[in-house]
Write a protein that binds this ligand. Structure first.
Ligand code: FAD
Ligand code: SF4
Length: 724
């Protein structure tokens, strides 16, 4: 059977695999669809068929049951609808996990570019679109700068073939590794200063129409490419913390809750950066630039969860500390939710935006173009003005080019395709300078690996020291059958301080995103360890005896997002862990990051007391996170440090201008440089620090390419200013 010819696609990509599958087979396994956008492989047919069969069977049973009860056609019983939904979700999750076993690239909603031009009858595996961008990523997507015209950049293979090449022999002036807060600022400011910039990003590019609707789409939410999960959210498990982080073009901004708060002045007086610069004088202007670029506004959309937080603050006597969060979300003063406006932030240079509709889905990725993610501000502008973003491209090696071990003659950067299972497409790029912006965990991991394999042996042995997790604890309250939908609002709409050090924010997930419900359980106090587990069992049993139906209801995940308010508790107390590069006992074949040091407390008594008061207000249940009780491991989305700013390599990895000790023209710009516990969400500080670091890099025409780290501090930042 032949697929119809579709014209209008670019020429076929060169074949990589050489293997061919009969199209009749492909059509049996996948659901192939020909739409206005071309040929699209929608999903695996096989699993759809199993699902359809299950659903049909259930419909049949449902109808039979109705018929027996009344002998007439009744509305479907609710349980039947629930069961049907459950089956759909389970099949969806299995389908996500099944990808690698079919040894193909991610197929969901990917147009098969180039297929229209081949003689049909066989599908060439090499033509599957693992190099082609999603159509909506490029031409069709008004939000994507990729739609702005032809890319000037060619592969370095093409250059090697003799077509072009740069005069100085380097592919790029700067290669930025990672496109999160630090990386996007670096890319934008460097392009502005006239440099040729590439951004290597391990994650995928996302747009409003390919983001998951709920967290049940696990394969589009989680990032675990080896398991076929190619989303944007990752969880890493360590002995001392479970660390949540983002992985996408736009880094953590795709999944973050967009709360952007400056820390108190005290943070500049603790940690290894103390006294290295006049931080208190310098930083306010960089915070102001960051705030303008990220479009910070005071949240005007208060949902039921925010009102509950305010009432709980009153009951606890801390109502004066209640505040509406500062967020990077487009909330225009006039207009209706969902209304589209021409670029409201960059005088027409940025993309059109839509007003927030208060769906609570910020952490599942904003599907309405209302959250100010980096691909709509810094990275958008960087790409628009010439930066080349390489999605799904993981950096695996960085080493000085021959001749100078300190990198003064440039670097080679090696990459592989992060989402490929077998054909990893290794590539080599050369550049004058490198900016590591792979996040605290990502940069530590990469630098440890490069130090170990002697690509960058001079990296300070302080690497991995002073890692901080904001001393966080996640608690909450669930109220089954609450009169209002607690998922309404923005992800983090308000906060309070229950004491000088302890800060609590009301957090929510969008309706339907109930998977986190598997991790919540009845609130349990007590010191970590077996006693706490015993206490938890006692609490659960006690609750089952007192309120059996309601307890069962709160322990199952369905409806969780609509009934649950997460209370994110952060403490600005000193406390740090260490990351090492070691072989774990259970897998001695490979080295990994492992955590060491004092455990961060998972039990914050005052926070638990507050959760109880909160739950009393609604008649619900105060809840804890199950992993915190069972394993005494706190969860955190705010991992910082590991390559901290310091006066010398004996105390940190970079100097006060983010230059790496031991190398020339090498920088770190991400959360790993933060040298103190901020006590608030860190993205604004990471952005402001990156702005400051970039302000020291001169415009391209003045660059001498001799920029090395300086030991000791410096008290002036007047070398150059950011240009916008
Ligand atoms: C669910 C959630 C909610 C959050 N909410 C908030 C909030 O409301 N406010 C706030 O301030 N913070 C929040 N955070 C934290 C925030 O996302 C991070 O602090 C921030 O993104 C860190 O910025 P960064 O520049 O250090 O790195 P990131 O933004 O994490 O970007 C690093 C990028 O580097 C890429 N990368 C890593 N290794 C490589 C490699 N080898 N090659 C190529 N690319 C690589 C990664 O894929 C990633 O995209 C939240 C985080 C999560 C997970
Ligand atoms: S609440 Fe919904 S519309 Fe508003 S920013 Fe978050 S995800 Fe986007």
């Amino acid at each position: 059977m032949q697929l119809p010819r579709v014209d209008g696609f670019p020429a076929p990509l060169p074949s990589h695999a050489g293997a061919q599958l009969p199209l009749s087979f492909v059509k049996r396994v996948f659901r192939v669809h020909v739409g206005a956008e071309g040929l699209v492989i929608r999903s695996l047919h096989l699993f759809d068929r199993i699902r359809d069969l299950g659903v049909r069977l259930l419909s049949w049973v449902g109808i039979l049951r109705q018929g027996t009860i009344s002998g007439s056609q009744l509305a479907r019983p609710q349980e039947f609808c629930l069961l049907r939904q459950f089956i759909k979700r389970v099949v969806g999750a299995v389908r996500g996990l099944a990808h690698p076993f079919l040894f193909l690239q991610p197929l969901h909603d990917r147009p098969l570019q180039g297929l229209g031009h081949q003689s049909l009858g066989f599908l060439d595996l090499g033509q599957l679109p693992h190099r082609a961008p999603l159509l909506r990523e490029s031409k069709g997507n008004p939000l994507s700068p990729a739609s702005l015209g032809d890319r000037k950049w060619e592969t370095n293979d093409a250059r090697a073939a003799g077509r072009g090449g740069q005069k100085d022999g380097f592919d790029f002036d700067f290669i930025v590794i990672g496109s999160g807060f630090g990386g996007s600022v670096a890319a934008h400011r460097l392009v502005e200063k006239g440099y040729r910039v590439a951004v290597m990003e391990m994650g995928r590019r996302w747009a409003p129409d390919n983001l998951p609707h709920t967290s049940w789409s696990i394969h589009r939410w989680f990032w675990r490419p080896r398991l076929g999960l190619r989303g944007f959210f990752n969880m890493r498990f360590f002995r001392h913390a479970t660390i949540f982080h983002g992985c996408a073009v736009g880094g953590g901004s795709i999944t973050y809750a967009s709360t952007l708060l400056p820390p108190g002045d005290k943070v500049w007086e603790s940690g290894s950066w103390t006294g290295l610069a006049d931080w208190k004088t310098e930083m306010p202007r960089h915070y102001a630039t960051a705030a303008r670029m990220l479009g910070i506004t005071e949240n005007k959309i208060l949902g039921p969860a925010d009102h509950l937080l305010q009432r709980a603050a009153e009951v606890s006597g801390v109502e004066h500390t209640y505040y509406c969060t500062k967020v990077g979300i487009f909330q225009p003063a006039a207009g209706v939710p969902g209304q589209t406006f021409p670029d409201p932030f960059f005088g027409g240079d940025g993309p059109a935006r839509s007003a927030c509709i208060a769906c609570g889905g910020c952490m599942m990725g904003c599907r309405y173009g209302a959250k100010n993610t980096l691909d709509l501000n810094y990275l958008y502008l960087a790409e628009k003005h010439g930066a080349h973003v390489f999605p799904e491209t993981k950096v695996v090696d960085v080493r000085p080019l021959d001749g100078a071990s300190d990198g003064s003659t440039g670097y080679e950067v090696r990459t592989v395709k992060s989402t490929a299972w077998m054909q990893r497409q290794p590539r080599r790029f050369t550049c004058r300078a490198v900016v590591f912006s792979a996040s605290s965990l990502g940069t530590m991991e990469l630098l440890f690996h490069l130090k170990e394999k002697r690509s960058l042996p001079a990296i300070s042995s302080e690497l991995g020291q002073h890692v901080r997790t904001n001393s966080e604890s996640l608690i909450g309250a669930r109220t089954p059958g609450y009169s209002q939908d607690l998922s309404q609002g923005i992800a983090i709409g308000s906060g309070i301080y229950i004491d000088e050090h302890t800060h609590i924010e009301a957090v929510r997930y969008p309706a339907g995103s109930d998977t986190m419900g598997f991790l919540t359980t009845i609130l349990t106090d007590g010191r970590p360890g077996p006693r706490r587990i015993a206490l938890w069992l006692k609490n659960v049993l006690g609750s089952l005896l007192r309120r059996p139906f309601q307890t069962v209801r709160v322990l199952q995940p369905r409806g969780w997002a609509k009934e649950f308010v997460i209370l994110l508790c952060m403490q600005a107390l000193e406390g740090e862990i260490e990351m090492r590069w070691q072989r774990p006992w259970f897998w001695p074949f490979h080295k990994f990051l492992v955590s060491r040091g004092e455990k961060v407390p998972t039990y914050i008594p005052k926070a638990n007391e507050f959760a109880k008061k909160f739950a009393q207000l609604t008649g619900g249940f105060a809840m804890s996170m199950l992993p915190e009780i069972l394993f005494d491991v706190p969860g955190t989305a705010h991992c910082i440090g590991g390559c901290v700013i310091a006066d010398s390599p004996a105390h940190g990895v970079v100097d006060a201008r983010h230059r790496v000790f031991g190398y020339k023209n090498m920088y770190v710009c991400d959360g790993s440089v933060v040298a103190a516990n901020l006590g608030v969400n860190p993205s604004l500080t990471i952005t402001a620090l990156a702005e400051r670091a970039m302000s020291f890099i001169p415009p391209a025409q003045w660059m001498t390419w001799d920029n090395g780290a300086q030991q000791g501090g410096e008290l002036s930042s007047d070398l150059s200013e950011t240009t916008s």
